[in-house]
Write a protein that binds this ligand. Structure first.
Ligand code: ATP
Ligand code: MG
Length: 206
């Protein structure tokens, strides 16, 4: 079941971060980004939101099923305080668009201010996202640094930069390592490695 924030009776809106992604697989880069932003902006919670169908990636490689990516993301987060995983994009079905996701989340949690967290690579492509006009109104964008991606201020957006300890870990790198039979220990939590092993994922480089 989706774990989503509940409204507060304190009066001030809850501020919740949304880190969307393919999470194929999830790794320490995602967890560090989510946790550092949680802390730096004193958010009430950060949701990791696996895409049902990451439309910008479909066709470029074989993507692991949404159910398995969701399960790996839950395994990665475990019971970390302040972090949780939302299944909202799987529940919505179809291609995943952040503006639609935020509408659905806002419907469930009207008293919430949304902060969309993106790495510097993803921030560079913000203007190619779906319905950017609406998204600009819905959320503040928080950009985190990422090795290999130059930070470009996203003009026309409400945005903030949060400096995090840089880690050169990526889903692509993890998939390649598994395909080559190299270790991914300490790059992602053991619980994720257990799922990858159990399901025999990433033997084909992609
Ligand atoms: P892939 O290599 O398959 O694209 P990925 O590691 O980029 O995988 P995604 O699911 O595409 O993971 O990324 C989701 C979000 O997390 C994006 O906004 C991305 O920029 C951010 N992110 C992923 N890894 C890092 C990292 N090491 N440091 C900072 N941000 C990251
Ligand atoms: Mg990526």
């Amino acid at each position: 079941m989706a774990s989503t924030p509940s409204s507060t009776s304190k009066g001030s809106p809850r501020r919740v971060g949304v880190l969307g992604g393919t999470f194929d697989p999830p790794h320490l880069g995602h967890l560090i980004a989510a946790d550092q932003v949680l802390n730096a902006l004193s958010l009430d919670q950060v949701l990791l939101v696996p895409a049902n169908r990451p439309w910008q990636k479909v066709g470029s490689r074989a993507i692991t099923s949404a159910d398995r990516r969701l399960e790996m993301t839950k395994a990665a987060v475990g019971d970390a305080a302040g972090l949780s995983v939302s299944a909202i994009e799987l529940e919505l079905g179809g291609p995943s668009y952040t503006s639609v996701t935020l509408d659905a989340l806002s419907g469930e949690h009207p008293d919430t201010e949304w902060v969309v967290i993106v790495g510097a690579d993803a921030a560079a492509g913000l203007d190619t996202w779906h319905d950017t006009e609406r998204l600009r109104e819905q959320a503040t964008i928080v950009v985190v640094n990422r090795p290999g991606a130059d930070f470009q201020p996203p003009t026309g957006w409400r945005w903030e930069l949060v400096e995090i300890p840089s880690v050169s870990i990526s889903g692509t790198g993890l998939r390649r390592r598994v395909a080559q039979g190299w270790s991914i220990r300490f790059l992602t939590p053991d619980a994720v490695i257990d799922r990858i092993t159990e399901w025999g994922l990433y033997h084909e480089a992609g």
